[in-house]
Write a protein that binds this ligand. Sequence first.
Ligand code: DC
Length: 637
Amino acid sequence: MLSIDPLVEPPNVRLSLPGSKSITNRALVVAGLANGESSLSGVLFSEDTHVMMDSLQKMGVKIRQNSNDQSVSIIGTGGRLQRPAETIWVHQSGTTARFCLPLAALCGQEVTIDGDQQIRNRPHEGLCKALESLGAQIEYLEVANSFPLVVNGKNLKGGQITLNGSISSQFISALLLAAPCFPDQLELNIEGDLVSRPYIDMTISVMQAFGAQAERVTDRRYVISPTGYQNSRYEIEPDASAASYFFAAAAISGGSVTVEGIGNQSIQGDTGFVGIIEKMGAKVTRLDHALSVTGTGSLAGIDVSMKEISDTVPTLAAIAPLASGSTAISDVAFIAKKESDRVTALITELRKIGVKAEKTETGMIIYPGEIQKGTIHTYDDHRIAMAFSILGLVVPGITLDSPQCVAKTFPSFFDVLDQLRVAGDAKLSILAIDGPAGSGKSTLAKQVAKQLGLEYLDTGAMYRSVAAVALAQSASLDDETGIAEIAGRINIQFTNGKVYVDDDDLTEAIRSPEVNAAVSKVAANPGVRSIMRRQQRSWARVRGGGVLEGRDIGSVVFPEAQLKVYVTATPEERARRRSLESGRSVEDIMEEILQRDTKDSTRDDSPLVADQEAVVIDTTGKTIQETSDYIEELFLQ
Ligand code: DC
C-alpha cells in the first residue's frame, strides 16, 4: 500500500529520466546480433530489460552491465545465436517475449520459451504464423499460438510474408530486428489497421544505427537485406512514456516540468503526448533535446485517437476527470491485451473514486466531476500505478494497493515523483541528524525534538524492522528483490516510544545481535532504501516537519532540510558510552564499532559521511543537554 502525498506547491523542475525501455530492448537485441563489441549508454535497468539481458545471455550474447553509469558492453554473436541450455523465461516482459521468438528461431535448434501467466494470456498468433511461414517449426506445449512453446528454426529462410498490424506492432518489430540475420532477404507486408506505428519507425532507426539495410518501401512494405549488423556505440534516449506522467503532473498542478534528452529529435512516438495536453490547454516548449510543459490552470476535455501512443492512455485517462469537459479516447481497443485489460482497469478504478467513465467501441469516455479518495487496484500493471500516482498529486487520499509493479519499467519512479515535491518539502521544518554508531545521535534527537516541539523519527529503526522481519521469515538477505518486497509490504508504526510492525511490538527484537549483524546489508539494498525514504518523507509531510535521524536524511531524503547536524565522538568515547548502556566490555564494543564504521562508510548507496552542509558537532566530553541546547539554538537561528 502506498498513499500518494498531494503536492503543496506546484513543481518547477528539470528531470533526467531513465532510458527508454523500448529502445533499450531493441538496442540489446541488435547489439547481441552484431559482429564485435558494442557499447550502449543511457540504458534502462528495470525488470523488463534485465529479462531481455538474461534471455540474450542464455543464447550466447556476452553482456557486461554497469548500472552506476547506465551503460552496458555487449559482445555480439554475429547472428549466430546458441541454443540455450534451459528454457527462456520471459517473466512478464512483452517485448522480450515477442523479440525472442524470431531470435530463438535463429538458434537453429529447439528452444523452449515460457513466461508468467500474464504473458501466457497475451496473444502471439500473428508472429508465430509468420515465423512458421518463414520455415520455423513451432510446437505449442499447452495452448495453440501461446506460450509455453518450442521453436525450431533449423529450416528458417527469408522470403515474403504478410502480417496483420492491428494486434501489436511488436510482432512486426520482432521480425524486423531478427531479419538482417536471416539467410535470405525478408519482405514484410502489413495488412489491416496498423497500431503503434511510431514503434516500427523506432525499430528501423535502431537497426540502421547498427548498419542494417532496412528499407521502408511504403508504410506497409519493408525490405530487409541479409547483411547482419555491425557493432556500434549507441546512446539511448530517456523514456518518453515515463515522461508522460511528469508532463501530466505539470499540466494539472500549474507547475512546470522539463525533461532533458527528448525533444524534436526523438525517435519515440510517445513524445506526442505533449501535443495532447497542449491541445487541452497546457503550454509546451519543444527544443531539439528537451521538452517542457507548464500548466496554465485550465485544462479542457479532448476527443483524441491514441492508436499511435497507446502506452500513454492511462496517463491521459487518470488526469481526464480534472478537465473542464469530457475526454474521449479512441482507437485503443487493443490495449485490453496489455499488462492488464487497460480499458476495463481504467474505467473500474476511475469509477471507484467517483468519476463517471464509460467504455466506447474503441476506447473510453471520461467525464469531469468531483473526485473522491480511494484505493486504486494496480492490476500489477506499472502504467496503472504510475498514472494514478499523478492524479494523487492533486487529489488527496489516493492510495495504490501494490505500488511495486512500477519496477517493471521504472524502478525509481517514486523517487523521481518526489522531485516534484522539492519546493513543498523546502517549507517543512526538518532537522536532520546523522553520525556514526554510538555517537549518541538517537538520545540527542529525542531530546532536541522535545525541546523544539517536533516529533522524532528513528529511521535506523525502520531498516532494523525490515531486517527483523526478513530474519523471522528466513529470507535470504542476498535476494535484493525479495527483501525489497518485504519492505514494501510491512507497515511500520512508532507509538509511545515503541516500534510496531503490522501490529506486532518489535521494539526489543530490532536491537537483537542477529538484527545488528543483518541490518547493514538490508540498509545497503537500493530497493529497500527507496521504499524507506518514501515513507520517511511522507511521515514528515503530514506533520509539517520533524526531527529525523539517519544516514541519508540531509543528503537525499530532505536535501533542503532547515538544519543538518552530524554528531560524532571519538571511537573510544562511543565504545565507553555503549559499554555503560550494555555492561559489555569496552574492547568488544570498540571492535564492533570500528567494523560498523568501515562497513557503513564504504557502501555504495548513502555511505556514512558528513553532509557538506551539515554542522559537525563533536560530543566527546559533552553532556546530552549541552549538545541539545546548542542544536536548538542553531535550529532557531
Ligand atoms: O542507527 P542504527 O544503528 O539504528 O541504524 C541501523 C542501520 O541502518 C545502520 O546500518 C545504518 C542504517 N541506516 C541507513 O542506512 N539510513 C538511515 N537513514 C538510517 C539508518
